[in-house]
Structures are given as structure tokens and as C-alpha cells.
Design a protein around this ligand. Structure first.
Ligand SMILES: [Zn+2]
Length: 237
């Protein structure tokens, strides 16, 4: 299998994984896989459900220009957002977009998801931010690229390290999540939807219990991330 087909294969598998996880319905949602050395991004085509996708349907575009370099189909209409994120977050090698239900409810409420417990802290180092609403000019202009720019602006202004909090709610819209591989990006999108749902249930039960204690947040995040990570079986020998 060529390097190009391997990249397409990992994008195909990420799109199928989103479907299996119940994060996408109909033709909503898409996943991309990035090859930094080759300067390429493989992404789901527009309008084809993940259940019907084949390797040949996956479109490959140049990271720098967005130009299609392989594939017969049209790339996802969200491709410009993926490209803006891929360029701004240089250690990202997989990007996910979904309208998953609980997270989208937070996005439509224009609310960031507070870190209320260790499930959240394991994957996201603090609240999951929400973007500002887009202006009429952004909506009427290059909307998809502007969506990417508003996401980058939110991390820049935080400031928030996009690898510490690998996901965001786009106001009135849905979720973007990412990671150092397409598989990690899928995991983060699944975790984001899970903590969004748990947070809604928690607030329904307890009003506002307040965020997780700082010590507990640090302990749980450090368990899975950083130089002293202790979770799992460690790197393969
Ligand atoms: Zn969308």
C-alpha cells in the first residue's frame, strides 16, 4: 500500500469509527488524517455517509493550498475549517467534526463545559471552550474558513494549549476535536460527547456543584499526559 493510500485508510477508519461510536448521523460529521512530512490531508468526501465510504472516496488535499491532489469526489464542505486548524495546531494529525447531541446542546446554549469530574480531567485540562458567535460578515463570507479562524482565536485569547484541551464547541453549530493521530482525535471526540452528557446530568441533579478541585484536575490529567504519565501499559518496547 502506498503512503497516500495509508493516509486515506487512516481517514477512512476514523470516519467509520465516528459512525460506530454513534457520533454522526446521516451525512453530518467528518474526520481527516494529516501527513505532516508529505504536507497532505486526507478527508471524507462531501455528502457520502460513512457507512457507504470506500478508500477511493477519500479525498487528499495539499495542506498549504487546499488543492485536491487525489480522489474523484468533492472533499467535505468543512475542509477549509480542517485546513485552518491543521495549519494553526502543528502537532495535530487528526481532526474530527461532529454534531454529537449533548455537546451540540452546549454549543447551542453558547456555554463552555466546566470540568466537573475526573472523566473530563482525564481528557481535557480544564473547561472545554465555546467560540464567540460569528459575525454576519463571517457567515456571509468564507464561512468554513472563518469557523476555523474563530476556533484558533478562542485558543489564542485563552490562552489555551490546543493539545491540553483537544476540542471545542462552535457556537450554534457543533464540535471540533483533534489529536496527535486520527485515532486520538476520535477518542477525544468520544470523550467530549461523554463529558458533555455527564455535565448536563450533573447540573440537572445538583444545580451548580462547582468545578473539580484543582489538585484532582492536575492529578488526573497528569495520569494520562505528560512526562510522568502512569496510566496504561506505557509505550511499546
Ligand atoms: Zn457541521
Amino acid at each position: 500500500m502506498s503512503d497516500l493510500d495509508r493516509l486515506r485508510e487512516s481517514a477512512l477508519e476514523a470516519n467509520r469509527a465516528l459512525q460506530r461510536a454513534g457520533l454522526v448521523a446521516l451525512t453530518f460529521g467528518n474526520a481527516s488524517a494529516i501527513d505532516r512530512a508529505a504536507g497532505l490531508m486526507a478527508i471524507k468526501p462531501s455528502g457520502i455517509p460513512a457507512t457507504a465510504l470506500t478508500l477511493d472516496d477519500i479525498v487528499v488535499v495539499a495542506l498549504e493550498t487546499g488543492e485536491v491532489v487525489a480522489g474523484r469526489t468533492r472533499p467535505s464542505s468543512d475542509t477549509p475549517t480542517h485546513l485552518v486548524l491543521a495549519r494553526a495546531f502543528p502537532t495535530t494529525e487528526g481532526i474530527i467534526h461532529t454534531h454529537s447531541r449533548a455537546a451540540t446542546a452546549w454549543a447551542q446554549a453558547h456555554r463552555s463545559i466546566p470540568c466537573l469530574g475526573t472523566t473530563h480531567a482525564d481528557h481535557f485540562h480544564g473547561a472545554i471552550p465555546v467560540t464567540r458567535s460569528m459575525t454576519a460578515g463571517e457567515i456571509g463570507g468564507d464561512f468554513e474558513a472563518a469557523t476555523g479562524r474563530v476556533i484558533v482565536e478562542t485558543f489564542h485569547e485563552g490562552p489555551i494549549n490546543p493539545m491540553d484541551v483537544p476540542g471545542i464547541l462552535v457556537s450554534d453549530h457543533g464540535v471540533f476535536a483533534w489529536g496527535p493521530s486520527p485515532e486520538a482525535a476520535v477518542t477525544n471526540a468520544i470523550a467530549l460527547e461523554m463529558v458533555a452528557g455527564i455535565a448536563i446530568d450533573t447540573l440537572a441533579l445538583a444545580g451548580n456543584p462547582g468545578p473539580i478541585a484543582g489538585e484532582l484536575l492536575e492529578r488526573h490529567h497528569a495520569r494520562k499526559h505528560g512526562p510522568n504519565a502512569t496510566y496504561g501499559q506505557g509505550p511499546a518496547a
